[in-house]
Write a protein that binds this ligand. Sequence first.
Ligand code: UDP
Length: 410
Amino acid sequence: MLQPIALGHKSLADYTHVAGRPLIAEIRELSEQLQGLKVLHLSATAFGGGVAEILYTLIPLMHDVGIKAEWQVMLGREEFYNVTKRLHNALQGNPDSLDAEEWAIFERFNEMNARELRDGWDVIIVHDPQPLGIRDHVPGHGRTWVWRCHIDLSTPNQDAIDHVVPHVRGYDESVFHLQDYVPPGLDGALVNICPPAIDPLAPKNMAFSPEDAAFVCDQFGLDVDRPLMCQVSRFDPWKDPMGVIDAYRVVKEEMPEVQLALVGSMALDDPEGWEFFNSTMAHADGDPDVHILNNLNQVGAIEVNAFQSQADVVIQKSTREGFGLTVSEALWKARPFVGGDVGGIPLQVQDGETGYLVSSPEECAERSLRILRDPDLGRRLGRSGKEHVRNNFLTPRLLRDWLHIFSRAA
Ligand code: UDP
Protein backbone atom coordinates (compact mmCIF):
# COMPACT_ATOMS: atom_id res chain seq x y z
CA MET A 1 0.00 0.00 0.00
CA LEU A 2 2.57 2.60 1.07
CA GLN A 3 4.92 3.39 -1.80
CA PRO A 4 8.52 4.36 -0.98
CA ILE A 5 9.77 7.24 -3.13
CA ALA A 6 13.31 7.10 -4.48
CA LEU A 7 15.24 10.32 -4.06
CA GLY A 8 18.43 11.72 -5.49
CA HIS A 9 21.42 13.14 -3.70
CA LYS A 10 22.04 16.73 -2.61
CA SER A 11 24.89 18.28 -0.70
CA LEU A 12 24.33 21.10 1.80
CA ALA A 13 27.81 22.47 1.08
CA ASP A 14 26.65 23.42 -2.43
CA TYR A 15 24.19 25.90 -0.89
CA THR A 16 26.80 27.95 0.98
CA HIS A 17 27.17 30.57 -1.75
CA VAL A 18 23.41 31.20 -2.04
CA ALA A 19 22.27 30.82 1.59
CA GLY A 20 25.37 32.15 3.36
CA ARG A 21 27.92 30.58 5.71
CA PRO A 22 26.24 31.38 9.08
CA LEU A 23 23.05 29.47 8.22
CA ILE A 24 24.98 26.47 6.91
CA ALA A 25 27.11 26.43 10.10
CA GLU A 26 23.98 26.63 12.26
CA ILE A 27 22.51 23.63 10.41
CA ARG A 28 25.71 21.60 10.90
CA GLU A 29 25.72 22.35 14.62
CA LEU A 30 22.05 21.46 15.08
CA SER A 31 22.47 18.20 13.18
CA GLU A 32 25.31 16.94 15.42
CA GLN A 33 22.80 15.74 18.02
CA LEU A 34 20.51 14.20 15.41
CA GLN A 35 22.75 11.68 13.65
CA GLY A 36 20.86 8.55 12.59
CA LEU A 37 17.44 9.93 13.58
CA LYS A 38 14.78 7.89 11.77
CA VAL A 39 12.27 10.21 10.12
CA LEU A 40 9.37 9.24 7.86
CA HIS A 41 7.49 11.67 5.62
CA LEU A 42 4.00 10.51 4.65
CA SER A 43 2.08 12.26 1.89
CA ALA A 44 -0.71 11.60 -0.60
CA THR A 45 1.24 12.09 -3.80
CA ALA A 46 4.78 12.38 -5.11
CA PHE A 47 3.74 14.33 -8.15
CA GLY A 48 2.31 17.78 -8.79
CA GLY A 49 1.86 20.63 -6.38
CA GLY A 50 3.93 22.16 -3.66
CA VAL A 51 4.29 19.25 -1.22
CA ALA A 52 6.06 17.01 -3.72
CA GLU A 53 8.17 19.94 -4.85
CA ILE A 54 9.44 20.60 -1.32
CA LEU A 55 10.07 16.98 -0.32
CA TYR A 56 12.23 16.18 -3.36
CA THR A 57 14.72 18.74 -2.04
CA LEU A 58 14.25 18.68 1.70
CA ILE A 59 14.65 14.93 2.20
CA PRO A 60 17.98 14.59 0.31
CA LEU A 61 19.32 17.51 2.36
CA MET A 62 18.14 15.83 5.59
CA HIS A 63 20.12 12.78 4.45
CA ASP A 64 23.17 14.84 3.76
CA VAL A 65 23.25 16.11 7.37
CA GLY A 66 22.99 12.59 8.82
CA ILE A 67 19.25 12.04 9.27
CA LYS A 68 17.75 8.78 8.04
CA ALA A 69 14.75 10.31 6.30
CA GLU A 70 12.41 8.37 4.04
CA TRP A 71 9.32 9.32 2.06
CA GLN A 72 6.31 7.09 1.55
CA VAL A 73 3.17 7.89 -0.38
CA MET A 74 -0.21 6.49 0.64
CA LEU A 75 -2.23 4.63 -1.91
CA GLY A 76 -5.78 5.55 -2.67
CA ARG A 77 -8.27 4.97 -5.43
CA GLU A 78 -10.44 7.40 -7.31
CA GLU A 79 -13.13 7.40 -4.61
CA PHE A 80 -10.52 8.42 -2.01
CA TYR A 81 -9.01 11.15 -4.22
CA ASN A 82 -12.47 12.55 -4.93
CA VAL A 83 -13.11 12.75 -1.21
CA THR A 84 -9.76 14.28 -0.33
CA LYS A 85 -10.08 16.88 -3.09
CA ARG A 86 -13.45 17.88 -1.65
CA LEU A 87 -11.97 17.92 1.84
CA HIS A 88 -9.11 20.11 0.64
CA ASN A 89 -11.60 22.55 -0.91
CA ALA A 90 -13.81 22.56 2.20
CA LEU A 91 -10.82 23.29 4.43
CA GLN A 92 -9.89 26.20 2.16
CA GLY A 93 -13.40 27.61 2.53
CA ASN A 94 -15.71 25.85 0.07
CA PRO A 95 -19.26 25.81 1.50
CA ASP A 96 -19.68 22.03 0.90
CA SER A 97 -18.21 19.58 3.37
CA LEU A 98 -18.16 15.78 3.15
CA ASP A 99 -21.20 13.64 3.85
CA ALA A 100 -21.15 10.64 6.22
CA GLU A 101 -20.32 8.22 3.44
CA GLU A 102 -17.40 10.37 2.28
CA TRP A 103 -16.01 10.64 5.81
CA ALA A 104 -16.23 6.85 5.99
CA ILE A 105 -14.18 6.55 2.77
CA PHE A 106 -11.60 8.95 4.22
CA GLU A 107 -11.31 6.89 7.41
CA ARG A 108 -11.26 3.56 5.57
CA PHE A 109 -8.31 4.49 3.34
CA ASN A 110 -6.42 5.93 6.30
CA GLU A 111 -6.98 2.71 8.22
CA MET A 112 -5.86 0.57 5.25
CA ASN A 113 -2.68 2.59 4.82
CA ALA A 114 -1.99 2.51 8.58
CA ARG A 115 -1.91 -1.29 8.44
CA GLU A 116 1.06 -1.08 6.07
CA LEU A 117 3.10 1.29 8.21
CA ARG A 118 6.30 -0.12 9.72
CA ASP A 119 7.11 0.44 13.37
CA GLY A 120 10.21 2.07 14.85
CA TRP A 121 10.30 5.69 13.62
CA ASP A 122 11.66 8.51 15.76
CA VAL A 123 9.56 11.09 13.92
CA ILE A 124 6.65 10.63 11.51
CA ILE A 125 5.70 13.73 9.55
CA VAL A 126 2.24 13.56 8.01
CA HIS A 127 1.72 16.05 5.19
CA ASP A 128 -1.70 17.63 4.63
CA PRO A 129 -5.14 16.21 5.46
CA GLN A 130 -5.20 13.10 3.24
CA PRO A 131 -3.09 10.84 5.55
CA LEU A 132 -4.04 12.71 8.75
CA GLY A 133 -6.05 9.80 10.20
CA ILE A 134 -3.26 7.20 9.94
CA ARG A 135 -1.84 8.09 13.37
CA ASP A 136 -5.06 7.12 15.19
CA HIS A 137 -4.59 3.50 14.17
CA VAL A 138 -0.88 3.09 14.94
CA PRO A 139 0.16 5.82 17.40
CA GLY A 140 3.00 3.70 18.79
CA HIS A 141 4.77 3.40 15.42
CA GLY A 142 6.40 6.81 15.82
CA ARG A 143 7.91 8.38 18.95
CA THR A 144 6.91 11.86 17.76
CA TRP A 145 4.12 12.60 15.30
CA VAL A 146 4.07 15.91 13.42
CA TRP A 147 1.21 17.14 11.24
CA ARG A 148 2.51 19.42 8.49
CA CYS A 149 -0.31 21.51 7.02
CA HIS A 150 0.36 23.06 3.60
CA ILE A 151 -3.04 24.66 3.03
CA ASP A 152 -4.86 27.82 3.99
CA LEU A 153 -7.09 27.05 7.00
CA SER A 154 -7.97 30.67 7.76
CA THR A 155 -11.66 30.44 6.74
CA PRO A 156 -12.50 26.75 6.67
CA ASN A 157 -15.87 25.09 6.34
CA GLN A 158 -16.92 24.47 9.95
CA ASP A 159 -17.90 20.83 9.56
CA ALA A 160 -14.64 19.98 7.79
CA ILE A 161 -12.42 21.67 10.37
CA ASP A 162 -14.47 20.10 13.21
CA HIS A 163 -13.51 16.70 11.82
CA VAL A 164 -9.87 17.61 11.30
CA VAL A 165 -8.97 19.31 14.61
CA PRO A 166 -9.57 16.28 16.88
CA HIS A 167 -7.17 14.25 14.70
CA VAL A 168 -4.51 16.97 14.95
CA ARG A 169 -4.88 17.21 18.74
CA GLY A 170 -3.49 13.68 18.96
CA TYR A 171 -0.22 14.78 17.34
CA ASP A 172 2.82 15.93 19.32
CA GLU A 173 3.56 18.87 17.04
CA SER A 174 1.95 20.68 14.13
CA VAL A 175 3.46 22.96 11.51
CA PHE A 176 1.67 25.75 9.62
CA HIS A 177 2.86 28.33 7.09
CA LEU A 178 1.25 31.27 8.91
CA GLN A 179 -0.21 31.98 12.33
CA ASP A 180 -3.49 32.84 10.55
CA TYR A 181 -3.87 29.22 9.45
CA VAL A 182 -3.80 27.71 12.95
CA PRO A 183 -7.35 26.60 13.71
CA PRO A 184 -8.85 27.41 17.12
CA GLY A 185 -8.92 24.53 19.57
CA LEU A 186 -5.48 23.13 18.80
CA ASP A 187 -4.54 22.60 22.41
CA GLY A 188 -2.32 19.54 22.47
CA ALA A 189 -0.11 19.58 19.42
CA LEU A 190 2.67 22.12 19.84
CA VAL A 191 2.24 24.64 17.03
CA ASN A 192 5.17 25.72 14.84
CA ILE A 193 5.09 28.39 12.14
CA CYS A 194 7.45 27.60 9.24
CA PRO A 195 6.77 28.83 5.73
CA PRO A 196 7.97 26.58 2.93
CA ALA A 197 10.93 27.25 0.69
CA ILE A 198 12.29 26.66 -2.80
CA ASP A 199 15.45 24.91 -3.91
CA PRO A 200 17.66 27.47 -5.68
CA LEU A 201 19.82 24.71 -7.19
CA ALA A 202 17.04 22.48 -8.57
CA PRO A 203 16.57 22.45 -12.37
CA LYS A 204 13.42 24.56 -11.86
CA ASN A 205 15.31 27.40 -10.21
CA MET A 206 18.93 27.22 -11.30
CA ALA A 207 20.24 30.20 -13.21
CA PHE A 208 19.38 30.20 -16.90
CA SER A 209 20.89 32.60 -19.39
CA PRO A 210 18.29 34.77 -21.17
CA GLU A 211 19.32 33.05 -24.42
CA ASP A 212 18.65 29.56 -23.01
CA ALA A 213 15.26 30.63 -21.64
CA ALA A 214 14.30 32.17 -24.98
CA PHE A 215 15.51 29.07 -26.84
CA VAL A 216 13.20 26.82 -24.78
CA CYS A 217 10.19 29.17 -25.01
CA ASP A 218 10.62 29.51 -28.77
CA GLN A 219 10.14 25.74 -29.09
CA PHE A 220 6.71 26.07 -27.49
CA GLY A 221 5.59 28.57 -30.10
CA LEU A 222 6.11 31.80 -28.17
CA ASP A 223 7.43 34.85 -29.97
CA VAL A 224 10.41 35.60 -27.75
CA ASP A 225 10.71 39.15 -29.10
CA ARG A 226 7.28 40.13 -27.80
CA PRO A 227 6.25 40.79 -24.18
CA LEU A 228 5.12 37.82 -22.13
CA MET A 229 2.82 37.49 -19.13
CA CYS A 230 2.97 34.06 -17.47
CA GLN A 231 1.25 32.12 -14.70
CA VAL A 232 2.49 28.68 -13.62
CA SER A 233 -0.01 26.72 -11.55
CA ARG A 234 -2.28 23.71 -11.36
CA PHE A 235 -5.59 24.14 -13.21
CA ASP A 236 -7.62 24.86 -10.12
CA PRO A 237 -10.36 27.46 -9.57
CA TRP A 238 -8.48 28.96 -6.56
CA LYS A 239 -5.57 29.77 -8.89
CA ASP A 240 -7.94 31.81 -11.07
CA PRO A 241 -6.45 31.20 -14.54
CA MET A 242 -9.62 32.66 -16.05
CA GLY A 243 -9.03 35.89 -14.11
CA VAL A 244 -5.52 35.90 -15.59
CA ILE A 245 -6.98 35.62 -19.10
CA ASP A 246 -9.33 38.53 -18.29
CA ALA A 247 -6.38 40.63 -17.06
CA TYR A 248 -4.38 39.75 -20.19
CA ARG A 249 -7.30 40.90 -22.39
CA VAL A 250 -7.31 44.31 -20.70
CA VAL A 251 -3.53 44.59 -21.17
CA LYS A 252 -3.87 43.52 -24.80
CA GLU A 253 -6.18 46.43 -25.56
CA GLU A 254 -3.35 48.80 -24.64
CA MET A 255 -0.47 46.63 -25.81
CA PRO A 256 -1.60 44.39 -28.70
CA GLU A 257 1.77 42.59 -28.96
CA VAL A 258 1.47 41.02 -25.48
CA GLN A 259 1.28 37.21 -25.10
CA LEU A 260 0.11 35.03 -22.21
CA ALA A 261 1.42 31.61 -21.15
CA LEU A 262 -0.61 29.55 -18.68
CA VAL A 263 1.49 26.61 -17.61
CA GLY A 264 -0.21 24.05 -15.41
CA SER A 265 0.57 20.53 -14.39
CA MET A 266 -2.18 17.97 -14.03
CA ALA A 267 -1.89 16.09 -10.74
CA LEU A 268 -2.97 12.47 -10.53
CA ASP A 269 -4.99 13.07 -7.35
CA ASP A 270 -6.83 16.01 -8.93
CA PRO A 271 -9.91 14.61 -10.68
CA GLU A 272 -11.48 18.06 -11.16
CA GLY A 273 -8.34 19.28 -12.89
CA TRP A 274 -9.23 18.16 -16.42
CA GLU A 275 -12.69 19.63 -16.32
CA PHE A 276 -11.30 22.94 -15.20
CA PHE A 277 -8.51 22.75 -17.78
CA ASN A 278 -11.15 22.41 -20.52
CA SER A 279 -13.13 25.37 -19.19
CA THR A 280 -9.94 27.45 -19.15
CA MET A 281 -9.25 26.48 -22.77
CA ALA A 282 -12.81 27.51 -23.67
CA HIS A 283 -12.34 30.84 -21.88
CA ALA A 284 -9.23 31.54 -24.00
CA ASP A 285 -11.51 31.16 -27.02
CA GLY A 286 -8.81 30.15 -29.48
CA ASP A 287 -6.71 33.32 -29.01
CA PRO A 288 -3.39 32.40 -30.70
CA ASP A 289 -1.48 34.59 -28.23
CA VAL A 290 -2.75 32.61 -25.24
CA HIS A 291 -0.52 29.55 -24.79
CA ILE A 292 -2.03 26.96 -22.47
CA LEU A 293 0.43 24.20 -21.72
CA ASN A 294 0.63 21.31 -19.29
CA ASN A 295 3.02 18.54 -18.31
CA LEU A 296 1.55 16.33 -21.05
CA ASN A 297 3.02 18.80 -23.55
CA GLN A 298 6.45 17.93 -22.11
CA VAL A 299 6.49 20.89 -19.76
CA GLY A 300 8.74 19.81 -16.91
CA ALA A 301 10.93 21.67 -14.43
CA ILE A 302 13.34 23.06 -17.04
CA GLU A 303 10.50 24.40 -19.14
CA VAL A 304 8.81 26.00 -16.10
CA ASN A 305 12.16 27.63 -15.33
CA ALA A 306 12.39 28.90 -18.91
CA PHE A 307 8.87 30.36 -18.91
CA GLN A 308 9.37 32.05 -15.55
CA SER A 309 12.77 33.40 -16.63
CA GLN A 310 11.47 34.65 -19.97
CA ALA A 311 8.32 36.33 -18.62
CA ASP A 312 8.26 40.12 -18.48
CA VAL A 313 5.75 39.83 -15.68
CA VAL A 314 4.95 36.70 -13.67
CA ILE A 315 1.39 36.44 -12.34
CA GLN A 316 -0.06 34.34 -9.53
CA LYS A 317 -3.58 35.66 -9.37
CA SER A 318 -4.83 33.18 -6.75
CA THR A 319 -7.95 33.83 -4.71
CA ARG A 320 -6.72 31.34 -2.04
CA GLU A 321 -3.12 30.28 -1.70
CA GLY A 322 -1.56 28.21 1.10
CA PHE A 323 1.87 29.63 0.30
CA GLY A 324 2.50 29.72 -3.44
CA LEU A 325 5.92 28.32 -4.21
CA THR A 326 5.57 29.77 -7.70
CA VAL A 327 5.85 33.23 -6.14
CA SER A 328 9.28 32.61 -4.65
CA GLU A 329 10.28 30.78 -7.84
CA ALA A 330 9.53 33.90 -9.89
CA LEU A 331 11.12 36.31 -7.42
CA TRP A 332 14.26 34.18 -7.17
CA LYS A 333 14.63 34.64 -10.94
CA ALA A 334 14.41 38.39 -10.28
CA ARG A 335 11.22 38.66 -12.30
CA PRO A 336 8.68 41.42 -11.68
CA PHE A 337 5.66 39.84 -10.04
CA VAL A 338 1.92 40.53 -9.66
CA GLY A 339 -0.13 38.28 -7.39
CA GLY A 340 -3.35 37.91 -5.43
CA ASP A 341 -3.37 39.59 -2.01
CA VAL A 342 -4.23 36.30 -0.29
CA GLY A 343 -2.77 33.55 1.89
CA GLY A 344 1.00 33.15 1.68
CA ILE A 345 1.50 35.59 -1.20
CA PRO A 346 1.80 38.79 0.95
CA LEU A 347 4.46 37.01 3.02
CA GLN A 348 6.61 36.86 -0.10
CA VAL A 349 5.58 40.10 -1.76
CA GLN A 350 5.75 43.52 -0.15
CA ASP A 351 3.41 45.58 -2.29
CA GLY A 352 5.32 48.09 -4.40
CA GLU A 353 8.73 46.83 -3.22
CA THR A 354 9.16 43.21 -4.29
CA GLY A 355 6.13 43.09 -6.61
CA TYR A 356 2.45 44.06 -6.56
CA LEU A 357 -0.52 42.63 -4.68
CA VAL A 358 -3.91 42.78 -6.41
CA SER A 359 -7.52 41.80 -5.75
CA SER A 360 -9.16 41.87 -9.21
CA PRO A 361 -8.37 41.19 -12.88
CA GLU A 362 -8.52 44.97 -13.51
CA GLU A 363 -5.90 45.67 -10.84
CA CYS A 364 -3.82 42.81 -12.15
CA ALA A 365 -3.97 44.31 -15.66
CA GLU A 366 -3.11 47.81 -14.42
CA ARG A 367 -0.03 46.68 -12.44
CA SER A 368 1.11 44.39 -15.27
CA LEU A 369 0.90 47.25 -17.77
CA ARG A 370 2.83 49.51 -15.41
CA ILE A 371 5.64 46.93 -15.31
CA LEU A 372 5.54 46.15 -19.04
CA ARG A 373 5.84 49.87 -19.87
CA ASP A 374 8.65 50.56 -17.43
CA PRO A 375 11.42 47.93 -17.59
CA ASP A 376 13.49 49.83 -14.99
CA LEU A 377 10.66 49.50 -12.49
CA GLY A 378 10.47 45.77 -13.31
CA ARG A 379 14.19 45.33 -12.73
CA ARG A 380 14.03 47.15 -9.39
CA LEU A 381 11.12 45.06 -8.14
CA GLY A 382 12.79 41.87 -9.36
CA ARG A 383 16.08 42.63 -7.65
CA SER A 384 14.55 43.33 -4.24
CA GLY A 385 12.26 40.30 -4.61
CA LYS A 386 15.27 38.09 -5.13
CA GLU A 387 16.97 39.32 -1.95
CA HIS A 388 13.77 38.80 0.04
CA VAL A 389 13.65 35.19 -1.14
CA ARG A 390 17.35 34.69 -0.43
CA ASN A 391 16.83 35.81 3.17
CA ASN A 392 13.63 33.92 3.86
CA PHE A 393 12.50 31.27 1.42
CA LEU A 394 15.39 29.00 0.40
CA THR A 395 15.48 25.35 1.46
CA PRO A 396 18.38 25.57 3.96
CA ARG A 397 16.21 27.85 6.17
CA LEU A 398 13.41 25.28 6.06
CA LEU A 399 15.86 22.49 6.88
CA ARG A 400 17.04 24.49 9.90
CA ASP A 401 13.43 24.91 11.10
CA TRP A 402 12.87 21.14 10.87
CA LEU A 403 16.09 20.42 12.77
CA HIS A 404 14.80 22.60 15.62
CA ILE A 405 11.64 20.48 15.74
CA PHE A 406 13.68 17.26 15.61
CA SER A 407 15.90 18.51 18.45
CA ARG A 408 12.87 18.42 20.74
CA ALA A 409 12.05 14.90 19.56
CA ALA A 410 15.58 13.45 19.86
N1 UDP B 1 4.37 23.34 -11.13
C1 UDP B 1 5.05 22.71 -12.15
N2 UDP B 1 4.46 22.59 -13.36
C2 UDP B 1 3.26 23.09 -13.60
C3 UDP B 1 2.55 23.73 -12.55
C4 UDP B 1 3.14 23.83 -11.32
O1 UDP B 1 6.16 22.25 -11.98
O2 UDP B 1 2.79 22.95 -14.72
C5 UDP B 1 5.04 23.48 -9.84
C6 UDP B 1 5.34 24.93 -9.51
O3 UDP B 1 6.51 25.35 -10.19
C7 UDP B 1 5.48 24.87 -7.99
C8 UDP B 1 4.49 23.79 -7.60
O4 UDP B 1 4.23 23.02 -8.79
O5 UDP B 1 6.78 24.46 -7.64
C9 UDP B 1 3.18 24.38 -7.11
O6 UDP B 1 3.30 24.80 -5.80
P1 UDP B 1 2.46 26.01 -5.21
O7 UDP B 1 2.82 26.14 -3.78
O8 UDP B 1 2.64 27.22 -6.05
O9 UDP B 1 0.94 25.57 -5.39
P2 UDP B 1 0.13 24.22 -5.02
O10 UDP B 1 0.03 23.48 -6.31
O11 UDP B 1 0.86 23.48 -3.94
O12 UDP B 1 -1.22 24.73 -4.59
